[in-house]
Design a protein around this ligand. Structure first.
Ligand code: NAI
Ligand code: MG
Length: 511
């Protein structure tokens, strides 16, 4: 098949307007689409029943917000309004916290662990039963591909509930010889990149330990949390054990500052995390933060390059790069630089971008216009600071928020694209000569969420891993998750661990 000669580069400006401009001397753009074409394979969604309006979930019931206000949730792949979501104000948050407190005092903290565990098992099984519907909703509301929501998010959501169901009656084995009690009411604020999975990461361990919860989903992706609320009803979870308040940062802030909340768990931006830490300083509330990242993937010259490039691709383009542990920096040993870049370039030209509900789609929609603006602004800064952009020529749909998979070469450590979290499908490639230089470069960031190491030598893996200041380090793989494995950051990526036995600690008081 003839290949179009790439001559134009797709550039997205701050308003998300797409423009084409000739490729500069030092830029490369990739032709795509003609090499591989697939028949459409859209996931059915006509059976999905979205409500016209979603109410708050307080005390086991769906209730209208006292604020009387609602906001739209849109499908970022089409810009179509999907539904309306309640905007909870301080009064609503107060009602939710009161319901959680009542449930804590009267029921949940008194219930034996084995009984709490049964509820969690029941929730896990119901999630499995409704997994396909939830995956479609997640994709429609958030823009991630159905491939990911169906094969990664939903299985992990169920797995988290199963895993922590198992701990509920074994807490004394988790921390032998120690007396323990739950903390009380947990306020949990989550982001839009893994809406249901983040809800599961927060709710499952908190409930297993005997706490009750008030969950605040992100404003662009509240729908699946409210469908989870229906599952909680179906599981006959006692009223008030889990409450869900939707709204913007103001709702989150009302939850953080509510005097009767014992613990705040937050996942989101470092900026908001810092604000929450300041608001809680000097109070008795416990806090865990899971914030941004700027992970380095390090490829040594003895790495299996094909496999490494697949891992790099998965590490940065997975979920459109909306991942705090995304491998957004690539450090390549100089001797294999050309080889890696060639393969990377070939590979991104075959990634399929478009309808997230199509089972063949690799790259879905950017979650919101605001996030697209942020990506465009940072890519712009990279170009202005002199880095060279390589971008897939993937056709971008006319409607919706899209960004083609891209990478920068010629990046220096001081460039903003090497330091700031892009949270989009944009990789910054740098080189190194010695392992010492690789470690220094990888650690040269204010973040410390995760990292990746690619080498044929086990001894090198262990040597390097111990010197990386990152909470999670993957070796010869990337972005692999399991409920039994703890996750969390160093430095400005936050503190506290979620997942595994460690994930119980933030929800218990030990003596
Ligand atoms: P954000 O930090 O503003 O939002 C995360 C959650 O916090 C949402 O539920 C939001 O409503 C809530 N929130 C916002 N302000 C709050 C406040 N003052 N008090 C309490 N809760 C508050 O993140 P945003 O604006 O959606 O994304 C901005 C950037 O943050 C992204 O570009 C990305 O770099 C980073 N981010 C990191 C995530 C991670 O997984 N670590 C997830 C989402 C965003
Ligand atoms: Mg939405």
């Amino acid at each position: 098949m003839p290949r179009r000669k790439p001559s134009q580069l797709t550039i997205l400006d701050r308003n998300g307007e797409r423009g084409e401009r000739p490729i500069g001397k030092r830029e490369r753009s990739l032709d795509f689409g003609e090499r591989w074409s697939y028949a459409p394979a859209p996931e059915a969604h006509s059976y999905i029943r979205l409500r016209d309006r979603y109410q708050l979930f307080i005390g086991g019931k769906f209730v209208a917000p006292k604020s009387g206000e609602y906001f739209d949730s849109v499908n970022p792949a089409t810009e179509e309004k999907l539904t309306e979501i309640s905007s909870a104000n301080e009064k609503d948050v107060d009602l939710a916290v009161k319901a959680a407190r009542r449930a804590y005092k009267n029921i949940w903290s008194k219930m034996p662990g084995r009984e709490r565990g049964k509820y969690l098992f029941r929730i896990a099984r119901l999630i499995q039963e409704k997994a396909r519907e939830l995956a479609v909703l997640e994709t429609m509301d958030g823009g991630k591909t159905i491939k990911e929501s169906r094969d990664i998010d939903l299985p992990l959501v169920a797995a988290h509930f199963f895993y922590y169901a198992g701990w509920a009656d074994k807490l004394h084995h988790a921390f032998p010889g120690q007396k323990m009690r739950p903390l009380g009411v947990a306020g949990q604020i989550i982001p839009w990149n893994f809406p249901l999975l983040m809800a599961a990461w927060k709710l499952a361990p908190a409930l297993a330990c005997g706490n009750t919860c008030v969950l605040k989903p992100a404003e662009t992706t509240s729908v699946t949390a409210l469908h989870l609320a229906e599952i909680l009803q179906e599981a006959e979870l006692p009223d008030g054990v889990v409450n869900i308040v939707t709204g913007t940062g103001e709702t989150g802030s009302a939850l953080v500052t509510h005097p009767d909340v014992d613990k705040i768990a937050f996942t989101g931006s470092t900026e908001v995390g810092k604000r929450i830490a300041m608001a809680l300083a000097g109070t008795k509330k416990k806090l865990t933060l899971e914030l941004g990242g700027k992970a380095a993937n390090i490829i040594f010259d003895d790495a299996p390059v094909e496999q490494a490039v697949e891992g790099i691709i998965a590490g940065i383009y997975f979920n459109q790069g909306h991942v705090c542990c995304a491998g957004s920096r690539l450090l390549v040993q100089e001797s294999v630089f050309r080889q890696v870049i060639r393969k990377l370039r070939d590979r991104i030209s075959t990634l399929r971008l478009g309808n997230p509900l199509d089972k063949n789609t690799d790259i879905g929609a950017i979650n919101s216009r605001a996030q697209l603006d942020k990506i465009c602004e940072l890519v712009d800064s990279g170009l202005k600071q002199g880095a060279q952009l390589v971008q897939s020529r993937a056709h971008l749909p006319a409607k919706g928020y899209w960004y083609p998979p891209s990478f920068f070469t010629g990046v220096t450590a001081s460039h903003r694209i090497a330091q700031e979290e892009i949270f989009g499908p944009v990789l910054s490639v740098m080189t190194f000569r010695t392992p010492e230089e690789a470690i220094a470069r990888a650690n040269n960031t204010r973040y410390g969420m995760s990292a990746g190491v690619w080498t044929d030598k086990g001894s090198k893996i262990f040597k390097i891993v111990h010197q990386l200041r990152a909470g999670v380090v993957w070796a010869n793989t990337y972005n692999k998750f399991d409920p039994s494995s703890p996750f969390g950051g160093y430095k400005e990526s936050g503190f506290g661990r979620e997942g595994g036995r460690h994930g119980l600690l933030p929800y218990l008081s030990l003596r």
